[in-house]
Ligand binder design. Structure first.
Ligand SMILES: C[S@@+](CC[C@H](N)C(=O)[O-])C[C@H]1O[C@@H](n2cnc3c(N)ncnc32)[C@H](O)[C@@H]1O
Length: 247
């Protein structure tokens, strides 16, 4: 989804900065935000549909999920939804859940808007930018599910600092999950799976969920395959990491 042809141009993540929230600028987990012209119909949805379903500007203050969809029984967050296929499918299957999706790649947001319109989905809210700003603005214990699916791998060691899943992000996810809430992390890069497992396992409050005899290639029951996943760009079959927030 992103052009990582010259990531060295991007500023590095400064893990010494005390406030995770202040790291929004420096952690460049994504590259370009637009790759090709957006089709006229999809561009029009930015003017018509997006204002109705945009997450309020997270830099302006806290976000109350209940204000976004008062009747919601659950709140899910998908980080880096790409073309929005998974987000839209899950929204259709779970109409009682508010689906907050974050994606800075504008072609992806345009595609997601099309899915929302075509599916007549009423439970999707989008943030066309960095997920971390939204996470910072959400209250403690406000999410039932967090999904990070096939995040950009940044698999060269010198680029690992650009990975979305850092210790700071894992701690933030633990803060946001309700007791019993779950985070799913999926990647088809072995080294990113190992990296993520290490960080999620050492995050206070998170416990790995794994059925007896199951290995990490076991596909989660409600998983939705996207076109990106079908490209099989990684070096392994998809690895599924599922963690639960302890009470
Ligand atoms: C490799 S794509 C996978 C897309 C999608 N999850 C799928 O499986 O089809 C990773 C996506 O994460 C997005 N991304 C990277 N950093 C992000 C961030 N800080 N906040 C939200 N999205 C981010 C990228 O723009 C990209 O579209």
């Amino acid at each position: 989804m992103t052009d990582k042809s010259d990531p060295a141009d991007l500023p590095a993540f400064d893990s010494d900065r005390p406030e995770w929230a202040q790291a929004h600028g420096p952690l460049r987990s994504f590259g370009r935000i637009k790759s090709r012209p957006i089709k006229a119909r999809q561009a029009a949805l930015f003017d018509t549909l997006m204002p109705q379903i945009a997450v309020p500007d997270p830099t302006k203050g806290p976000i109350d999920p209940a204000a976004l969809m008062p009747e919601a029984k659950q709140v899910w967050l998908e980080i880096g939804f790409g073309g929005g296929e998974h987000l839209a499918e899950q929204a259709g299957r779970n109409p009682e859940a508010l689906m907050i999706g974050c994606e800075p790649f504008l072609n992806g947001v345009a595609s997601a808007l099309r899915h929302v319109e075509e599916g007549g989905l009423k439970n999707v809210r989008l943030h066309a930018d960095d997920a971390r700003a939204v996470m910072t603005a959400l209250p403690d214990a406000s999410l039932d599910r967090v999904m990070i699916l096939f995040p950009d791998p940044w698999h060269k060691v010198r680029h690992n600092k650009r990975r979305f899943l850092q210790d700071e992000t894992a701690v933030e996810i633990a803060r946001l999950l309700k007791p019993g809430g779950r985070v799913r992390f999926v990647t088809d890069w072995l080294d990113y799976a190992e990296w993520a497992l290490e960080r999620l396992e050492r995050t206070p409050g998170l416990t790995r969920i794994m059925a007896e005899g199951e290995d990490w290639f076991a596909v989660s029951a409600d998983h939705v395959v996207t076109r990106y996943e079908e490209k099989k760009l990684g070096d392994t079959a998809p690895i599924f990491l599922e963690f639960e927030r302890r009470a």
